[in-house]
Design a binder for this molecule. Structure first.
Ligand code: SF4
Length: 285
């Protein structure tokens, strides 16, 4: 951190970003480097993401008095699919590359240029990726030179500061420090991704459709209709039409989804931890 000229924290506002941000802000403060930290959030728009994500990312950054940049990925996931006539998949995650990486890299180059240094700028680009998330992610390096974005004028280092942290440890840190997380976790949606993420399993997509209905969002029908219009199945294993039908069946059987604030902490750490967390958040408000 001391050697870096700028420290960029890429925040989705999700639980992993939240813990990464807390750690970076704590370490940077100790190292006297807080002024170098910039939080970047990429906004995919209301037709792709859950409500309140951008505002939450901003509040999370402001808790530490950090600079906050929002970048808009025009059209979001839906716009990308409409344009290409097909859904991205795990092997060709064009959505991540086009909507997130390319947009963030543009700002990264701009920040390096604005430093106006005579020497090569050293940029730490921090991301909240964890090895436990997937076999593909576990193969990533904790710290590496980003050859694609580095140039004579800048060396970009990609750093995964919470790489070895487990799911339970993430929730433990959130609970201990009373960090504000997005309410969709309380509805037991495990990741704060796009509402209908191409990487999400069937049961999570079904729950996402039901949560949309509970929140009065029109997205399930919008996505199902887009799938029918472009004639490309959302995933080999299941279509969005099947997700929609299963969500409808469960609504009829169980009624609308209900959840309470703190349910995510309750699920991961137990009832006492959830009560402590809620008391801590209320105190900070
Ligand atoms: S959250 Fe999922 S669908 Fe959205 S950009 Fe990332 S991988 Fe693609």
């Amino acid at each position: 951190m001391d050697a870096a000229h700028a420290i960029l924290v890429q925040s989705s506002a999700g639980k992993d970003s939240l813990v990464m941000l807390h750690r970076i802000a704590t370490w940077a403060k100790k190292a006297g480097c807080l002024h170098k930290v910039v939080v970047i959030h990429i906004d995919l728009g209301e037709e792709s993401e859950w409500p309140g994500v951008r505002e939450l990312a901003q509040r999370q950054a402001e808790r530490y008095g950090l600079r906050f940049h929002v970048l808009r990925a025009e059209g979001g996931l839906l716009g990308l699919v409409e344009k290409r006539g097909m859904w991205p998949d795990a092997a060709r995650r064009l959505c991540t590359a086009t909507l997130k990486r390319d947009v963030a890299n543009k700002l990264l180059r701009q920040i390096a240029a604005e430093l106006g240094l005579d020497e090569q700028a050293v940029i730490l680009n921090c991301m909240g990726i964890r090895a436990a998330e997937s076999p593909a992610r576990s193969k990533k390096q904790r710290l590496a030179i980003d050859m694609r974005t580095s140039a004579n004028s800048r060396m970009v280092l990609t750093w995964h500061p919470i790489f070895e942290v487990t799911d339970r440890e993430v929730w433990q840190e959130i609970a201990t420090h009373g960090l504000e997380y997005h309410p969709v976790y309380d509805a037991l949606i495990p990741r704060l991704s796009c509402v209908f993420c191409v990487l999400a399993p069937f049961d999570v997509l079904v729950r996402a459709a039901r949560l949309c209905w509970a929140l009065g969002l029109p997205l399930p029908a919008r996505y199902r209709d887009l799938e029918a219009k472009i004639g490309h199945r959302f995933k080999q294993s299941h279509s969005l039409a099947e997700v929609y039908a299963e969500a409808e069946r469960l609504e009829r059987k169980e009624g609308a989804l209900v959840w309470n604030r703190g349910d995510a902490v309750r699920q991961h750490l137990g009832a006492d931890a959830a009560d402590d967390y809620l008391a801590r958040v209320a105190l900070a408000a």
